[in-house]
Design a protein around this ligand. Structure first.
Ligand code: ZN
Length: 277
């Protein structure tokens, strides 16, 4: 069974994360499989729009910090940044190399996909899962979708792709980070993070209808429109902000490793779930 499924429905490519038994926790195998699927969709002239989905009851529980398929010590062919392999490197050197490639770098690469992307979100969309939804241009959420970035519990100021102030607004970003609480699809909609909220039963229909409508627009026009908004967002400081916060993020990892036993302040998936309540 592949960790990412690829399917084409007319002009829409559907890229589905497929580790439902782990709520689609994202390991590196999934990261590179996603990259391959996105590349395939970009290269296929018949594909106008890409939908990113999660198999099962949840979109994504975030980065894999505890499943049997956790693969942080395995090398993959790097795609996102020009840097050395993280495997075998000590301390912060290892973490910085790895996270720059598989988290920040990959998310930025996917944000630049020249075709419109829509995240189709049900159930959990937590921490690293937020990053995957945020790199998409639009987010269609089912009423049962919930979102959270609880990593301040690890002493870390937000996930690696630090889009929080730009996609939530500064005040909501602070509330989300300070509390670590889940927020609903409706709340996300009110904050402007989500494009629309629909019944769980009609999530797929509504998402594909939207994708098909967008897919009728001229392809190059869509690509330029996407660039226009992305460039404007970067001029609002998003790219530079993320670069500076990535330093704080790694300072937090290093601090955790220095005063404790690991870079995640001893929090594994189970401890994080327990703390969430
Ligand atoms: Zn990190």
């Amino acid at each position: 069974m592949s960790v990412v499924e690829y399917e084409r429905r007319g002009a829409v490519a559907v890229v589905t994360m497929n580790r439902p038994e782990y709520r689609n926790a994202q390991n590196s195998a999934m990261t590179y499989a996603l990259d391959e699927a996105f590349t395939r969709a970009v290269d296929d002239d018949e594909v106008a729009v890409i939908v990113l989905a999660g198999a099962g009851d949840h979109f994504s529980a975030g980065h894999d910090i505890g499943s049997p398929g956790r693969d942080v010590d395995i090398s993959f062919e790097r795609k996102a940044v020009m840097w050395w392999d993280h495997v075998g490197r000590p301390g912060g050197d290892q973490r910085y190399a790895r996270e720059m490639e598989v988290y920040l770098g990959m998310c930025r690469r996917w944000r630049e996909i020249p075709k419109p992307t829509i995240a189709m979100v049900q159930g959990a969309c937590v921490a690293g899962g937020l990053m995957l939804a945020w790199v998409c241009d639009l987010i269609v959420a089912a009423e049962d979708a919930f979102f959270a970035d609880p990593v301040v519990r690890m002493g870390i100021p937000g996930v690696e792709y630090f889009a929080h102030p730009w996609v939530l607004g500064p005040r909501a970003a602070k509330e989300v980070l300070f509390t670590g609480d889940r927020f609903s699809a409706q709340r996300a909609y009110e904050w402007g993070m989500v494009s629309r909220v629909v019944d769980r039963d009609s999530l797929a229909d509504e998402t594909f209808q939207l994708a098909e409508r967008i897919g009728k627009m001229p392809q190059f026009g869509l690509a330029l429109a996407k660039r226009a908004v992305n460039q404007s967002e970067d001029l609002m400081g998003m790219r530079a902000g993320m670069d500076s916060v990535f330093g704080l993020h790694h300072f937090a990892h290093a601090h955790n490793a220095e005063v404790g036993t690991d870079a995640l302040a001893g929090m594994d998936a189970r401890a994080m779930k327990k703390a969430q309540g």
